[in-house]
Ligand binder design. Structure first.
Ligand code: ASP
Length: 433
């Protein structure tokens, strides 16, 4: 039985945090695979090592003196080692990296050293073996993960090494060249490890006691979600909820390995469990997320619904401009196509002209659209929820201009003006949650 345990940067920001990690890992002998991020911020004025490494790379690339940035990075790793009083000569690794610092050092390799060094320190501190992610996670040359090769390599390494620390955020192509995931990608490493060994659970330790129902910058101290399905979480993440890296859900979802979001600073808090099915189905709404800055392009043409191929033709124009469509609420003679503003900014005028000419239709454009996703696996069984949403928003002066319910009834998407965004989230949270 394996538990894969991933710790984010804030859980590794200092020796004090390393100690908490050790207590957590050693409390359960099933925690045999520990995945670590690079050292994170100790407080709000501090810097993340990954950010510093990107900056270091830019200095090297543009031949700007880099010693100061390098020294901050160097000192932080040495300081953690000293504070933990471990007998590990991290200077050797640091000096090896230093010797490679020149204009041509590949960015992915340099940035991956943040996780690599954190992994080295943690393995020495825990007494676990170090498993370099380049020997476990293999990328195809098109940038996707080669899951078969990864599973084979990981299984073989775990069978040999038993208990390991794996640095997150990177892997390598078959030729050994290091490749990074996108930012926040240590979550993906954890998920891939869990899939490869068919773990009983994937624990993701961070600095919050689970996933919050909505954005705490908008609603003060929102409730924590105890249970959520993978699909609900994907809906919320897609609409901006910043919890786990989006790509970290698929690998474990496939094998139905539950993910737990836990707090390194409060290890006894229950956190949030993400799985296929949840026991508690009393709440209609699981979470509320949203994003600003969409554009709704409304196309109107009499008898549009009777014109075979009309929607296909409309969508093919968007495809030609390489614009991905977010939502498409449709009436008899009218359809609205909602897209992210940054996708149409450069070509809005040309796009509208093409739609008018090719479809012989009227077009109106509504800019400054915010979308709010109200997500819940139990919404399908609750009558009157949409009505209630419309009522409370109306009563509180939010002009709702669009509503779109997913066919699986897992979400309701509301379109409002950007300026009403925060207010609408508060109103929904206060009145419906
Ligand atoms: N250290 C990387 C980042 O800051 C990866 C991670 O922490 O997941 O994006």
């Amino acid at each position: 039985m394996f538990v894969v345990t991933k710790f984010g940067g804030s859980s590794l920001a200092s020796a004090k945090q390393f100690k908490k990690v050790k207590d957590i890992v050693l409390a359960d002998p099933k925690r045999k695979i520990v995945v670590v991020s690079a050292l994170g911020k100790r407080d709000s004025n501090d810097s993340k090592i990954t950010d510093l490494l990107y900056i270091l790379h830019a200095h090297l690339k543009y031949s700007v003196p880099y010693e100061d940035v390098w020294k901050i990075i160097y000192d932080r790793y040495v300081e953690v080692r000293d504070d933990l009083k471990i007998d590990y000569k991290i200077e050797d690794e640091l000096n090896l990296i230093k010797s490679q610092l020149d204009k041509n050092i590949p960015q992915d390799y340099l940035v991956s050293r943040g996780e690599f060094l954190a992994g080295k320190l943690m393995s020495s501190y825990l007494g676990y073996e170090f498993l370099d992610a380049k020997d476990a996670i293999e990328f195809n040359y098109d940038g996707t993960v080669n899951f078969d090769a990864t599973e084979q390599k990981t299984k073989a390494k775990i069978a040999e090494l038993k208990k390991v620390v794996v640095p997150g955020f990177y892997g390598a192509y078959a030729n050994g060249v290091i490749k990074l995931f996108s930012r926040g990608g240590s979550d993906i490493t954890g998920s891939i490890m869990a899939k490869s060994v068919n773990a009983s659970i994937y624990e993701n330790w961070t600095d919050v006691s689970g996933i919050m129902v909505t954005d705490p910058r908008i609603v003060k101290n929102p409730k924590t979600i105890k249970e959520i399905t993978y699909n609900e979480l994907r809906e919320l993440s897609y609409m901006g909820a910043n919890v786990l890296h989006e790509d970290s859900i698929f690998p474990v979802q496939e094998l139905n390995i539950p993910i737990k979001i836990l707090n390194t600073n409060e290890p006894n808090c229950e956190g949030t469990i993400i799985s296929h099915e949840c026991k508690d189905n009393s709440q209609a709404i699981t979470g509320i997320a949203g994003k600003k800055n969409f554009v709704a392009i409304t196309i109107t043409k009499m008898h549009m619904s009777n014109e075979v191929g009309f929607l296909r033709k409309a969508l093919s124009i968007f495809e030609r401009y390489n614009i991905s469509v977010e939502h498409m609420p449709t009436g008899i003679d009218t359809t609205s196509i909602v897209v992210a503003r940054d996708q149409v900014e450069k070509c809005l005028y040309e796009l509208v002209v093409d739609i008018k000419q090719e479809l012989n239709a009227e077009v109106t454009v509504w800019e400054d659209v915010a979308l709010i996703a109200v997500v819940g696996r139990n919404m399908a069984n609750k009558r009157g929820l949409c009505g209630k949403l419309l009522t409370v928003l109306g009563e509180n002066g939010v002009n709702m201009k669009m509503i779109d319910q997913g066919p699986d009834e897992l979400n309701i998407i509301l379109g409002i003006n950007n300026c009403d965004y925060e207010k609408a989230i508060k109103v929904i949270y206060d009145n419906i949650m």
